[in-house]
Structures are given as structure tokens and as C-alpha cells.
Ligand binder design. Structure first.
Ligand SMILES: C[S@@+](CC[C@H](N)C(=O)[O-])C[C@H]1O[C@@H](n2cnc3c(N)ncnc32)[C@H](O)[C@@H]1O
Length: 629
């Protein structure tokens, strides 16, 4: 059935805009009966968004498609039975740091971060595998078997004959990459702040597909720029085509139109607030127009200051605004009238209203190359090779342009950890305290491989498992140590630590576990099903993840009445997972007036105590939200 044509002509633009904001991929362009292009709801995509099974159908419409796309969509929406387990011994400044280093598949990590970091991240930088043919691209275990793929991509006829020679490898190659990146970008978008930006490093292999995909995920109107980065300075040519490619791209999208680049200092310094205007810093801008009287007669009129009644006449190319807009600007006190009739009126441009100040940030990023990235890593890690680490200057540039005090920078393809290094370096330079979250899968390092041999050896020397996540941790440790040794801005909080959290299966055995979805009876069964290797800290972090509590808050562990109690950020959350909890302990905990309190469901010394818990809290700390696991 042609669902697209069923879209109601009565749908208001506002409704469509709301759907578009929530699900950009479900609103597309289509021609109406008169052939005019308009925004319409793609009901097929919308029904797929709202289903956890594959919805059949679809018709011609403007969109990017590939075999496996619907599975990838389902994957991005599907819940997971996983948790984040803290690893204090692998962390640095575990108790006090505001930075996170998550070890595991970023698809899981992005899902686990949704509740806590929804709309909280100011800048995401990622440098995913470019799909050069040698990369490890995580398959999320949903790619089809080869024959199913061939059938789906119409390369087999009904008799099972192959129609097109030698294209299946290519077709699947790109599809798999898109299927890998699509769910991750969808999840990443939800983490971005309203004024947040994402920057994605990419080369020619996937840049065209990535742009179309990002148009769908972030909305085409949120495309900011595709920066060209001159990444290679050496003259050796690598291309068989005879065209040597010495650049790659940084594809940038915003979460909404409130995102902006700071611009160069030169631009920012033009703004000031000499008259304490409550609308903030401003600069004066030209008010004269650019059109002849013949071309734009409505811009040609005498401009008169209503207060002094001085008439400033009309400049040869008229004014910038037509009379009604000009009147409005005068009413708002935005027009600056000079005291002399010979002067030219100007108008106030407010910094916070400027969509963008970045006209001086060139779309060509240059001055540092991948070779710098390699050199930096070498100097920190004594000769360890990593395939094309990015230079820290690249990260610093975007961190400086986009982020401010307290902002969080996320990189979920962390590799050698350049992003953390760049963030810390920028903080040391300008004194602003920012936070980072890195995600890196413990991808195995092969000692025999020329590309990975030195890194594998390095892990052996450190006595850690041979994988990239270990390399990431060590790089960030060493980078931080070097940065705080050097001169740094006195205002920076010098947080070079990181809390390591590892993606792992749920702490509960064999059950998909979310406290809010499990009934009382199930819970009793579930608590006894805590895996034997899980610690109270593991349970605590599962609670933080589920409750969406900041994962970097300080945690204090105390023994009260012989039981272990955790206080997260003093009173943001208190938790006791021990058994044998008495009424005395409950009273004491209620006396701390925590915002949230967690017990183990079968952890009370008697049923009577359990029944009394709510009553005790109602009296001593009525605003506490109490839950049990
Ligand atoms: C191109 S590298 C990033 C390099 C990094 N920008 C640097 O400067 O070192 C991509 C990284 O993403 C990691 N990666 C690939 N798939 C991943 C996944 N599903 N989850 C987490 N990390 C992944 C790879 O192991 C690799 O280290």
C-alpha cells in the first residue's frame, strides 16, 4: 500500500516539524499533486521507528537505503542486559576525577549512557574505522549470511544465479560499515546538548555515504561543514589513480541551530558591552544597504531619529532594512544614532544572537598532520606504533572552538586516546575545566602483525592484556602526567584522572534485568541470582546507570552498624547491598536525608523492618526516593 500518499493533507506544519525534530529520518521531501516539493511524514519509517520487528513495505522516496538498514535501526532501539563495572585499580584518581574511560563496545556503552547523559554532551568527536579494507568493523552480529545478503541486494535472480560479477564484496563492504555506524550515530545524537556538535573524521571511502546518513540522523538543516583537513605533508604518492590524496574530512553536524563555533579571538574581541546592555556584548554594524533605488525602492527612505528628529537622509545604496523592520529596531533600542547629522547611524549586533562567529575558521584545517600524531604518540609511549593516531592539535582546535567550562567531550572510537590528551592540553592552555568520556573496545593486538606488533609488545612489558583499551589507558595516564609537569593555566582544576568502567553482562544471572520492569516476585528470585564475581560496587554502578545518576560523582564507602554503605556525592544517593539491615541502620540512613536510597530487596533483618522502611523515611526524609534491587 502506498502509505506515503496517505499522508493527511491536513497535517499541520507544526506537527510535521515536531515529528521531524524527534525522528528526522521519518520526514522526507515528496511532491504533492501539483508537483510542488513539501515535507511529508514517511509513515513507513515512522512505523519502523516504533516497532521492534521488521516492518515490511516501503516505496519510492528520497532516502538512503542499504541491505541491513532496518536491522540496524532495530539494533539501535533494542534494550540490552548489560552494565558498567568500575575498575578502580585501572583508573587514575578514581575517587575524584570527572573523566570516564569506558572499556567495551561503543554500541553498548552509548546505550548505557543514555539515561545519565541524555542531552548533556557538548562535543562529540569520533574517528571511526574508515573502512579501508583493513579495519576492524564491529558487525553487531546481525549481518546476514552471504546468500541472504545477495538475495536482499538483488544480486541473485529467482534461480539463484549471480547477476553481477564481483560486486557483492563491495556492496556488502559499504553496507556493513553503514550498519555499524548508523545505530551509534542515532544513540550519539540523543546525548548531544541542544547546542552540541558532532565532528566525524572520515576519508573519501565513506564520506559520501556518511553525509547522507548524517542528513538522516541529525537532519540536513543541521549540517554545519565538511572541513577539509590537509592530513599528509609527505610527497610520496599512494594513489594508483595518479591523484595523490593528502587530505581527509571532518564532517560536522549540530544538534540544533543553537550550536555555534566560538570563532577566532579576533572576532570575539570585537564584542563589548560599554552601556551594560542586558542583552549582553554587542558590536556596532553597518546599517547602509547595497541596492540601487531601482532595484530595491523600499530600502530607500529618509531615516529620522524619533527622539532628536535629526534626519540622516538616505545613503546612495539605501538602508539595510525596509522601514517596518527599521522601526522595530529603533523601538528595541538597537539603532545607534550619531549626535551629528553628518554621522551615519549604525546598529547593534548582539554576540548571543550571532548564528555563527566562525567566518574566520577556515573550512580547510591545516598546520598539523597525521605524522604529528604519530610523533606525539611515539614520544609519550616510546616507539609504540598505532595506525594513524590523530594529532592533539586537531582535537584542541575543536575543543577550543566549541566547548566551555564544565562541558563534556565524548569520543566513542578512542583508539590511542588522542581526544583525552587534546582536551587536557586545551584545559591547561586556557584554564577551563572540561571533562572527557572515552570509549574503546578491548580490540586484541596481534604480536605478529607489523601494524600492531610494537603495541602488543608494549602491553606485554606493562604486564597488561594485549588490547587497544590498555594502550588507551596508558596513553592517557602518560599524557596527563606530562601535562601537569609543564606550565599550565592556574584556573584549570588539573583533573588528569579517569574512572575506568567496563561494559559487562548484567550483574544478575540469566535474566534481562531492569529494576523498574521486574515484579516483586521476580526481584526476590533475581537478587539471589547475583553473579558470584560481582561486588557491591558493581551493583552500585548498575543502580547509577539505571537511575541516570552522574557516573563521575565522588563515592564514599562507610561502615555503619557493621554494614557497608555507599554515599554518592554525599547525599545524591545512598546504597546498602548487605543483608541483615536493621531498623536502627535504616533510621541512621534516613537521617542523612539522601535524595535516593537503595537497599537489597531481601537485605532486611526481618519483614517488619522491610515494611517499616517507607514509614521511617516518610518521617525523617520524606523527599527520598527509595528503591530496592
Ligand atoms: C581510527 S581508530 C581511532 C584513532 C584515534 N582517533 C587516535 O587518535 O588514536 C578507531 C578506533 O575505534 C575502535 N573501535 C572500533 N569499533 C569499535 C566499537 N564497536 N566500540 C569501541 N571502539 C571501537 C578501534 O579499536 C580503534 O581503536
Amino acid at each position: 500500500m502506498d502509505k506515503l500518499k496517505m499522508h493527511s493533507p491536513n497535517l499541520t506544519d507544526e506537527n510535521v516539524a515536531m515529528i521531524r525534530d524527534m525522528f528526522p529520518s521519518c520526514v522526507t521531501e515528496a511532491a504533492d499533486e501539483t508537483g510542488k516539493l513539501r515535507w511529508v511524514v514517511d509513515f513507513h519509517s515512522l512505523s519502523q521507528e516504533l516497532s521492534d520487528y521488521i516492518v515490511d513495505g516501503g516505496q519510492e522516496r528520497y532516502h538512503l537505503n542499504w541491505p541491513g538498514k532496518r536491522e540496524a535501526l532495530i539494533i539501535s532501539n533494542a534494550p540490552i542486559a548489560k552494565t558498567l563495572r568500575p575498575a578502580p585499580s585501572e583508573s587514575l584518581e578514581y575517587a575524584n576525577t570527572k573523566n570516564l574511560l569506558i572499556e567495551g563496545d561503543n554500541l553498548d556503552a552509548l546505550k548505557l549512557l543514555q539515561d545519565t547523559y541524555l542531552g548533556q554532551i557538548k562535543m562529540i568527536y569520533i574517528d571511526p574505522p574508515y573502512n579501508t579494507g583493513n579495519d576492524f568493523v564491529y558487525d553487531d552480529r546481525f549481518s546476514q549470511g552471504s546468500s541472504k545478503y545477495l538475495e536482499m541486494s538483488s544480486q541473485l535472480d529467482a534461480d539463484g544465479n549471480r547477476l553481477i560479477a564481483n560486486t557483492s564484496a563491495n556492496g556488502r563492504f559499504h553496507s556493513d560499515w553503514l550498519s555499524m555506524i548508523y545505530p551509534r550515530l542515532r544513540l550519539a545524537k540523543k546525548l548531544l546538548k541542544e547546542d552540541g556538535l558532532i565532528i566525524i573524521s572520515i576519508d573519501d571511502v565513506e564520506s559520501s555515504g556518511l553525509r547522507l546518513l548524517c542528513d538522516e540522523v541529525f537532519g540536513r538543516e543541521n549540517f554545519v561543514a565538511q572541513f577539509i583537513w590537509k592530513s599528509r605533508v609527505s610527497e610520496d604518492t599512494r594513489a594508483t589513480s595518479g591523484v595523490s590524496t593528502d587530505h581527509e574530512y571532518l564532517v560536522c553536524y549540530s544538534r540544533s541551530d543553537s550550536a555555534y563555533f566560538r570563532g577566532s579571538e579576533k572576532d570575539v574581541n570585537k564584542f563589548s558591552n560599554p552601556d551594560d546592555d542586558p542583552r549582553g556584548p554587542w558590536r556596532s554594524a553597518d546599517l547602509t544597504g547595497l541596492a540601487t533605488k531601482d532595484a530595491r525602492p523600499n530600502l530607500h527612505y529618509d531615516l529620522i531619529d524619533p527622539k532628536t528628529e535629526i534626519n540622516y537622509g538616505c545613503p546612495p545604496k539605501g538602508w539595510r532594512f525596509e522601514p517596518r523592520t527599521m522601526e522595530q529596531k529603533i523601538r528595541e533600542g538597537r539603532v545607534l544614532f550619531p549626535s551629528s547629522v553628518d554621522g551615519r547611524p549604525r546598529h547593534k549586533l548582539f554576540m548571543n544572537e550571532m548564528k555563527s562567529l566562525f567566518k574566520n575558521i577556515s573550512s580547510v584545517v591545516s598546520g598539523f598532520s597525521t605524522a604529528d600524531g604519530t610523533r606525539e604518540l611515539n614520544s609519550l609511549m616510546g616507539g609504540v606504533a598505532f595506525t594513524f593516531p590523530k594529532p592533539t592539535a586537531l582535537i584542541k582546535l575543536f575543543v577550543e572552538q566549541i566547548t566551555q567550562e564544565d562541558d563534556i567531550v565524548l569520543d566513542f572510537f578512542a583508539g590511542s586516546g588522542t581526544t583525552a590528551d587534546g582536551v587536557m592540553q586545551q584545559c591547561a592552555a586556557d584554564g577551563l575545566s572540561r571533562k572527557f568520556i572515552l570509549v574503546q573496545i578491548p580490540e586484541k593486538l596481534d604480536r605478529e602483525s607489523p601494524a600492531q606488533g610494537t603495541a602488543a609488545e608494549f602491553c606485554d612489558k606493562l604486564g597488561v592484556p594485549r588490547n587497544i583499551a590498555e594502550l588507551t589507558k596508558e596513553r592517557v595516564r602518560r599524557a596527563g602526567a606530562r601535562i601537569i609537569e609543564r606550565p599550565r593555566h592556574p584556573s584549570w582544576n588539573a583533573d588528569v584522572g579517569f574512572r575506568v568502567l567496563k561494559v559487562d553482562t548484567s550483574n544478575m544471572q540469566d535474566v534481562f534485568y531492569r529494576p523498574d520492569e521486574v515484579g516483586q516476585a521476580d526481584l526476590l528470585a533475581a537478587v539471589d541470582n547475583i553473579k558470584p564475581d560481582r561486588t557491591p560496587e558493581d551493583l552500585l554502578f548498575q543502580v547509577l546507570v539505571d537511575w541516570g545518576v552522574d557516573l563521575t560523582l565522588p563515592i564514599r564507602r562507610e561502615t555503619i552498624h557493621g554494614k557497608t554503605v555507599f554515599f554518592v556525592d554525599d547525599n545524591a544517593l545512598a546504597a546498602c547491598f548487605d543483608s541483615g539491615v536493621t531498623e536502627e541502620l535504616v533510621k541512621q540512613l534516613a537521617g542523612h536525608v539522601p535524595l535516593r536510597m537503595v537497599f537489597r530487596d531481601n537485605g532486611f533483618v526481618s519483614d517488619a523492618v522491610k515494611i517499616n522502611v517507607e514509614q521511617i523515611f516518610r518521617q525523617l526524609s520524606p523527599n527520598t526516593d527509595i528503591k530496592s534491587i
